[in-house]
Design a protein around this ligand. Structure first.
Ligand code: ADP
Ligand code: MG
Length: 259
C-alpha cells in the first residue's frame, strides 16, 4: 500500500523542503519506491533534487490545470525515484484552480492513478494554506509538520491543526498527523524551551527525534544531493536516518497494535 505524506506548515523557512528531500532520499536508501511531488512554485525541492530546469517538459502545474497525468509529467531520477517537478507557473495555479470543479480533489485523483507504482509519495508544499496545500492535504494519508525550534514556534500550529480538521470533515476522513518534527534545534536554552513547549502542547504528535541545526543540510541541495550522499556522517544525516526508520516502522500498524 502506498503512503502519501504531505509536508506542511504555512510558515516558510521551517524545514519543509529539507525534510521532503531527505526523507525521500532516506526512503530510497531503504529500498522504497518514491515519488517526490514539488508543489511549491519556488521549486526548491526540484532544484535540490538535482533537476536542471532544461530537463523539465511538464510539471505539477500541467498536472493540476490540464488533463495531463502524473505519469506523463514525471522525471525519472533512478529506477526507484521519480519527481514531479514544480515551476514558477504554479503560483498562477492558486487562482486558476478556483475556476475548476472539485478543485481541491484534483491531486488526489491524479495520484490515485499511480498508486501501484510507489511505496511512498512525498509532497512538498508552499508556505501557505491555499489551494495547492489543500490539494495535497486532500491527497495525503498523513501530514508531517516541521517546526523550527525558534520563538513563535507554536504560532500557526493551532491554525494548521484547524485546517487539518476541516480537511478531515470535508473529504479526507482518514488524514492523520504523521508527526510534528522539531527542526534546526541547538543546545541553547531557548531551543530546548521551545521543543519542550511544543511537546507539552502536542505530546502524542511530536517526534522524540529532532533535527539539529547543521550547515551540511543547507549545503547539500546546492549540489543537488541529499544529506546522505553529501555528508553521510553529519549530525543532519544521522537525524534524518532515524526519522526515516521511524516512518518506515510505523507503516500503518500503530492503530492495530496497541503497545
Ligand atoms: P521551508 O521549505 O519550510 O521553507 P527549508 O527546508 O527551505 O524550509 O529551510 C529553510 C532554510 O533553512 C534553508 O536555507 C535550509 O537549507 C535551512 N535549513 C533547514 N533545515 C536546517 C537544519 N536542520 N540546519 C541548518 N539549516 C537548515
Ligand atoms: Mg520549501
Amino acid at each position: 500500500m502506498v503512503r502519501v505524506i504531505a509536508l506542511a506548515n504555512q510558515k516558510g523557512g521551517v524545514g519543509k523542503t529539507t525534510t521532503a528531500l531527505n526523507i525521500a532520499a532516506g526512503l530510497l536508501k531503504n529500498g522504497q519506491k518514491v515519488l517526490l511531488i514539488d508543489l511549491d512554485p519556488q521549486s526548491n525541492a526540484t532544484s535540490g533534487a538535482g533537476v536542471d530546469k532544461k530537463e523539465i517538459n511538464f510539471d505539477a502545474y500541467d498536472v493540476l490545470i490540464s488533463n495531463r497525468s502524473v505519469k506523463s509529467a514525471i522525471l525519472k531520477r533512478t529506477d526507484n525515484f521519480d519527481i514531479l517537478p514544480s515551476s514558477p507557473e504554479l503560483a498562477g495555479a492558486e487562482i486558476e484552480l478556483t475556476k475548476k470543479k472539485n478543485r481541491q480533489m484534483i491531486l488526489k485523483r491524479k495520484i490515485a492513478q499511480e498508486k501501484e507504482n510507489y511505496d511512498f509519495v512525498i509532497i512538498d508544499n508552499p508556505p501557505a494554506l491555499g489551494l495547492l496545500s489543500l490539494n495535497s492535504l486532500m491527497a495525503a494519508d498523513s501530514v508531517l509538520i516541521p517546526v523550527q525550534a525558534e520563538y513563535f514556534a507554536l504560532e500557526g500550529l493551532a491554525q494548521l491543526k484547524k485546517t487539518i480538521d476541516l480537511v478531515k470533515e470535508h473529504g479526507n476522513l482518514g488524514l492523520t498527523i504523521e508527526g510534528i518534527l522539531m527542526t534546526m534545534t541547538t543546545h541553547t536554552k531557548i531551543s530546548r524551551q521551545v521543543v519542550a513547549e511544543v511537546e507539552k502542547h502536542f505530546p502524542e504528535e511530536t517526534y522524540s527525534i529532532t533535527i539539529p541545526r547543521n550547515v551540511r543540510l543547507t549545503e547539500a541541495p546546492s549540489f543537488g544531493q541529499s544529506i546522505f550522499d553529501f555528508a553521510g556522517f553529519s549530525s543532519g544525516a544521522r537525524a534524518y536516518n532515524k526519522l526515516v526508520k521511524e516512518i518506515i516502522s510505523k507503516d500503518g500498524t500503530e492503530e492495530s497494535e496497541p503497545s
